[in-house]
Design a protein around this ligand. Structure first.
Ligand code: PLP
Length: 222
């Protein structure tokens, strides 16, 4: 695909046209200025993803209030409070402790915050996430039932940064199997967040319902 890096509205259109209509596009706007994000907004995009809590909070304050803000990065527990008033979906929950903190901060704002459990699918050491077994244990636990202000609504995964299709197929396939299996016991799971600029077409072939696309829309980041 050819993306015109100067034309954000056209890039949004190009990406959207290539997505089945049931797949949600999260436009990953991290590091990008409000003026550029507004070009995507004016093209109709309403769901944006950021990976730093304070940066997301600053953009939330400045930008139109009908935007859905997704936290897609690793979350430090002491910063949850800054996004609790407004965040729509937290993609990378990887521990019960974090879920408990999100619950506590959500309660203060009388909200139920939707969360995805991050599953580690990449070979790289640097990527965060739980194993399928840990996620199952968490969802089956008694403790999770006491958390009334969070709702685990799906899984998220980040594949290895590679163009090796066999490896990506393996990693997306694994996440899909974990998701399908968990869904039989937990039908509330509705979202499978996988796929980025380089691999979202393949991720959709493997059952992704939500793609997180940054550079294909906004151009390369510094
Ligand atoms: C930055 C980021 C993306 C978007 O990456 P692109 O390759 O620019 O599309 C997606 N998911 C996560 C978790 C990210 O940090």
């Amino acid at each position: 695909m050819n993306f015109n890096i100067l034309n954000i509205a056209a890039n949004i259109e190009t990406v959207k046209t290539s997505l089945p209509k049931e797949v949600t596009l999260v436009a990953v706007s991290k590091t990008k200025p409000v003026t550029e994000i507004m070009q995507a907004y004016d093209a109709g995009q309403r769901v944006f993803g950021e990976n730093k809590i304070q940066e997301m909070a600053a953009k939330w304050e400045e930008m139109p209030k009908d935007i859905e803000w997704h936290m897609i990065g690793h979350v430090q527990r002491n910063k949850v409070k800054y996004m609790a008033p407004f965040v729509s979906l937290i993609h990378a929950v990887d521990s019960f402790k974090l879920l408990k903190e999100i619950n506590k901060q959500a309660q203060k704002h009388n909200r139920v915050i939707h969360c995805l459990l991050q599953i580690k699918i990449a070979a790289e050491e640097s990527k965060f996430g739980m194993s399928g077994i840990e996620a199952t244990a968490l969802l089956d636990s008694e403790e999770i039932k006491s958390l009334e202000n969070v709702k685990v609504s799906g899984l998220m995964g980040m594949a290895t940064f590679t163009d090796n299709v066999d490896q990506l197929t393996e990693e997306f396939g694994y996440l899909r199997r974990v998701y399908e299996e968990l869904k039989t016991q937990h039908p509330d799971l509705q979202t499978l967040s996988m796929g980025m600029s380089g691999d979202y077409t393949l991720a959709i072939e493997h059952g992704s319902t939500m793609v997180r696309v940054g550079s294909a829309i906004f151009g390369a980041r510094n």
